[in-house]
Ligand binder design. Structure first.
Ligand SMILES: [Zn+2]
Length: 219
């Protein structure tokens, strides 16, 4: 894994600059496919999708800054000035909920679905077992946080209704909610042979009445 030159991004709201570590090269060794469709490549870590400005707490999608070519030309800064910048701070699921609530109905539906998916993954991160199958002990979220997460899953499920592309995500949400029969009905409709390895393992988890996020073995 070879680190590359940092990318420098301005906050879209206040302009405060932050440093994003990048990779020159990596590999797919140790890749883990999770049941919530998150893929983790330890030897090729990617920058966070959603970040929070450490100056004004604005929450933004990092790819938006890159896509709109607002990245700062590092040649306009000294190495010391680049090194002095704070590293981008990954947002939390609470940051994402706050942003969706503040933006409301004006947010593009697809963007909102992606944000809610990332928030779901962040919530699941706390319960992902390590290589030895152990789940790290973390503080139990308070009731308000759990209620926000439950609402997020309901909204996410509603936004995915009827779309085959999101079938396995729907299945996973239903399974995590304990709706095992409904999750199995989603699996019954999945006929893509390339996804049979996911379907088989999801079926086994449903049969075991297991509602936890789990690593899947790639078939
Ligand atoms: Zn800012």
């Amino acid at each position: 894994m070879m680190p590359g030159r940092a990318s420098i991004v301005p906050c879209p709201a206040c302009g405060a600059r932050a440093r994003v570590p990048t990779l020159l090269s990596g590999n797919s060794g140790g890749t883990v496919f999770w049941s919530d469709c998150k893929v983790v490549r330890p030897m090729m870590p990617r920058p966070p999708w959603v970040v929070r400005c450490s100056t004004c707490v604005h929450v933004y999608w990092l790819d938006d800054v890159w896509r709109t070519e607002h990245e700062i030309d590092r040649h306009t800064m000294t190495r010391a000035a680049v090194n002095a910048l704070p590293e981008v701070e990954e947002a939390t699921d609470a940051d994402i909920f706050r942003t969706i609530e503040a933006t409301g109905a004006s947010m593009d539906a697809e963007r909102q679905r992606h944000l809610r998916t990332v928030a779901w993954w962040y919530a699941n991160d706390a319960s992902r077992p390590d290589e030895d199958g152990r789940v790290p002990v973390r503080p139990v979220p308070d009731a308000a946080c759990l209620a926000d997460r439950a609402r997020n899953l309901e909204a996410l499920l509603a936004s995915m209704q009827g779309d085959p592309e999101w079938r396995l995500n729907r299945c996973e949400i239903l399974r995590q909610q304990g709706h095992f029969e409904a999750a199995l009905r989603e699996l019954d409709q999945e006929d893509n042979p390339d996804l049979a390895w996911v379907v088989d393992q999801q079926r086994a988890l449903c049969a075991a009445r297991d509602a936890a996020v789990r690593p899947l073995k790639r078939g």
